[in-house]
Design a protein around this ligand. Structure first.
Ligand code: AHR
Length: 760
């Protein structure tokens, strides 16, 4: 039998505090091919021939397409199907055009598809042969007639004759010239209708039972540059007429999932929509910085925001309600939340534009909860300035973000207890960095903390949600997928366990037999130097008063060890000179937990101190803007560790001076809520995290006992803390068992939800 410790969970009497009803939701952004190539059921890539070099260097109208005879394919722009869809192909037969899809198109035997395109034939109609072909043979085949004269929309159903992965081939017979645009291949539903959303991914989202969905970003909402701001009106209506723009994540936005489809996704999943509009400024990470919409264009922009609310909620008698009805939705979408801005730098322009938009929405739509923005980190200058602005303006809610390491989440389980009354919190983006069990459990512990502070925290969503394996700009993510598989992470299971089983009334919990884990500085450590992407010479090295030999690091990033230190009392000085490369260098100090002083972080534009615990890092101090390392120019660096205090001087300037966070970690965390079952009886929803190698058995004592009870227990356990990685499914999935309602097994490294009910 495994050794275990006994602990007690005392669940106090209900005190009338309601669980935040919309607490658990989703944030979806077109990042990591989440939409095109992902949730968008479209099987073809670049079906509009609108990819271009502004999306990504080297891309053009023919990206993802090939032909057996290249010179029979011409890209043209005269008399297109729509000005927003300027490029099309002129094909002179005989020629076969092939689309590579998104790593191919997956088929299952009997699966229906609808192939459609716009085509323009000459004086004679043209008969085209279309095939989903693979190396093993044809998976589906049909013929399509293109009428003569002008552009025509043509379509044909296709049925897969086998399971496989293929590519769409379009054959133009000899002697014919055909123009082609907006080519689409979508799986069909039971009535033969083309699907909007890829069914297995849609199901994965439905299974999370989200209360709300935030969209379309993130960075995508406020865009890289004024031309890149996401304007909702340009994303509705016929797909081939929508404005397609570069994606700030370095690819193309077809907008095939535009605002209407986002609202439909909310309907399909039972979620409340939470659109985010730019606060009149673009992203500050744009090379030109945060630019503001011109003063004289602001009224029109504000009107667009008001029109969005009318589009979502207005009766069909209103102009935008009528537009929604014309698009097949006479019933409103019941918009209640509106995000204004995303992680914006709180500049004077931001303050001005934000205030104008918020005032207009408040004036016309007091029923809408406007959610402000407080920077990219759960602390720092924009966090402080964003909060000050929100307090001064009486903003209803603000959107906090936090991507941190698991230790930070365990240290901050009680973060929201310290918040004063004022704007409430939407934790719009958070994730413990890594796809390990350790991270999933840290999130679960933190989520218990979110749930038990409903006066402050009203909404929360993990980020990012989706990533196509092999095509991600950001990890960790909640759900990975390939052309044919859905690969949920351990964090996905945690989210589902919270969202699917919710209580409605909170109960206080007292834990016995377990204490928070102390955090201490490592007892021993060493100093290492490294320089990914640069060759750097280090001279005049003095470590704790002892002169060391000069060393060199190369672009491989391989560390060079300087010698041992006491991580609580160490001083290092050196002069670094870059000989080649574009990047800076890193001084790493410590043991299991370590600090990295980055001299030339973020494309050699900043200095930054990073902390790593259990192999997973956090920005600890900075990034602070800096001129960068220059080839041939020596940089004098001094780092001093003094207890928890960290100081780093660059060329004599003290740039980093702070205390490391040594608050204890809450590794065993329990939350309790109750609800009324259909038969009127009370049920308890107990959640418990045991992020620890020791198994625990918890005795549960209810202040308001149920009598003889039984529990349905869902357990996520069985993987070590460091198991789980990006682009693969979680090593473990939740297991449901039945138990007595008075004890709870908490295996090592586990998250458990128990629904305790009286035995009838
Ligand atoms: O979730 C990924 C990105 O993280 C979002 O686009 C942005 O808001 C944040 O920086």
């Amino acid at each position: 039998m495994t050794a275990h410790e006994r602990i007690t969970i005392d669940v106090g009497a209900q005190q009338g505090v309601e669980v935040a009803p919309d607490l658990w939701g989703l944030f979806i952004e077109d990042l990591n091919d989440a939409l095109d190539g992902g949730l968008n059921a479209e099987c073809l890539r670049n079906g509009d021939f609108e990819f271009n070099a502004a999306d990504r260097d080297g891309w053009d109208a023919l990206t993802a397409w090939s032909a057996d005879v290249a010179d029979r394919v011409e890209v043209r722009t005269d008399a297109p199907i729509h000005p927003n869809n300027a490029h099309y192909l002129r094909l002179t037969g005989p020629v076969t055009l092939v689309n590579e899809g998104w790593d191919g198109t997956g088929t299952t035997e009997g699966q229906g598809f609808l192939l459609s395109f716009f085509a323009r034939a000459g004086a004679e109609p043209a008969r085209l042969t279309v095939t989903i072909g693979s190396n093993g043979g044809n998976l589906a085949r049909a013929q399509v007639m293109v009428p003569s004269g002008g552009w025509h929309r043509c379509e044909t159903p296709l049925t897969a004759v086998a399971d496989g992965r293929g590519r769409l081939h379009i054959e133009i017979p000899a002697g014919l010239v055909v123009d082609l645009d907006h080519v689409s291949l979508r799986p069909t539903g039971p009535g033969g209708e083309p699907l909007t959303f890829r069914p297995d991914l849609l199901q994965a989202l439905k299974d999370l039972a989200p209360s709300f969905i935030r969209f379309p970003g993130g960075c995508v909402a406020h865009g890289l540059g004024l031309d890149n701001i996401y304007h909702w009106k340009t994303t509705i209506g016929p797909r081939h007429e929508r404005a397609q723009i570069p994606n700030s994540w370095g690819y193309h936005q077809s907008r095939q999932i535009g605002y209407l489809e986002y609202f439909e996704l909310c309907q399909a999943t039972g979620a409340t929509p939470l659109p985010v509009v730019a606060a009149g400024v673009c992203c500050q990470n744009y090379p030109g910085g945060a630019q503001a919409i011109d003063d004289d264009a602001m009224d029109a922009y504000i009107q667009d925001v008001l029109d969005l609310i009318e589009f979502a909620n207005g009766s069909p008698d209103t102009p935008w309600g009528a537009r929604r009805a014309a698009l097949g939705h006479p019933e409103p979408f019941r918009l209640r939340y509106l995000g204004l801005g995303n992680e914006d730098e709180i500049t004077d322009d931001f303050r001005d534009r934000y205030a104008r938009i918020e005032d207009a929405v408040r004036g016309r739509h007091p029923e809408i909860c406007v959610i402000g923005t407080v920077g990219p980190q759960p602390f720092g200058p924009d966090f402080e300035a964003g909060w000050a602005l929100a307090r001064a303006r009486g903003t209803a809610m603000v959107d906090e973000h936090g991507y941190r390491n698991p230790r930070w989440f365990h240290q901050n389980v009680d973060r929201y207890l310290a918040y004063e009354p004022g704007p409430q919190v939407y934790l719009g983006e958070y994730a413990a960095r890594s796809n390990t069990m350790r991270s999933a459990l840290a999130e679960a512990a933190y989520m218990i903390g979110l749930e038990r502070n409903p006066a402050v925290v009203r909404l929360a969503s993990y980020a990012p949600l989706l990533a196509r394996a092999g095509h991600a700009q950001w990890t960790p993510d909640l759900i990975y997928f390939t052309a044919t598989e859905v690969l949920p992470s351990a964090s996905y299971h945690v989210q589902g366990m919270f969202s699917r089983e919710r209580g409605t009334r909170l109960h206080p919990v007292t834990l016995g037999g377990v204490e928070p884990e102390p955090v201490t500085l490592p007892a021993t450590g060493s100093v290492r130097l490294m320089s990914q992407g640069a060759s750097v010479d280090y001279a005049d090295i003095v470590l704790d008063g002892v002169v060391r030999h000069p060393v060199t690091t190369d672009p491989s990033g391989e560390p060079v060890e300087l010698g041992g230190i006491d991580p609580a009392a160490a001083t290092l000085e050196l002069t670094a000179t870059r000989r080649a490369g574009d990047e800076g260098f890193v001084v790493e100090l410590g043991g299991d937990s370590y600090l990295q002083v980055h001299v030339g972080a973020w494309q050699n534009k900043s200095t930054l101190v990073i902390r790593g615990d259990d192999g997973i890092t956090n920005d600890d101090h900075g990034p602070l803007h800096w001129h960068g390392v220059r080839t041939g120019v020596p940089v004098r660096v001094k780092v001093r560790l003094d207890g928890a205090r960290v100081r780093a001087w660059i060329d004599g300037e003290l740039r980093h001076d702070y205390e490391q966070d040594l608050r204890p970690e809450h590794r065993v965390v329990v939350g309790a809520a109750s609800r009324t079952a259909a038969d009127g009886s009370t049920e308890y929803v107990i959640r418990a995290v045991n992020a620890h190698p020791t198994a625990r058995v918890a005795s549960i004592r209810l202040a308001e006992p149920l009598g003889p009870a039984v529990a349905t227990v869902t357990t996520l356990a069985g993987a070590g803390p460091d198991e789980g990685r990006p682009f693969t499914a979680s090593p473990v999935a939740p297991v449901i068992t039945t138990a007595a309602g008075d004890t709870l097994d908490l295996p090592p490294w586990s998250f458990v939800t128990a629904i305790i009910r009286r035995i009838p």
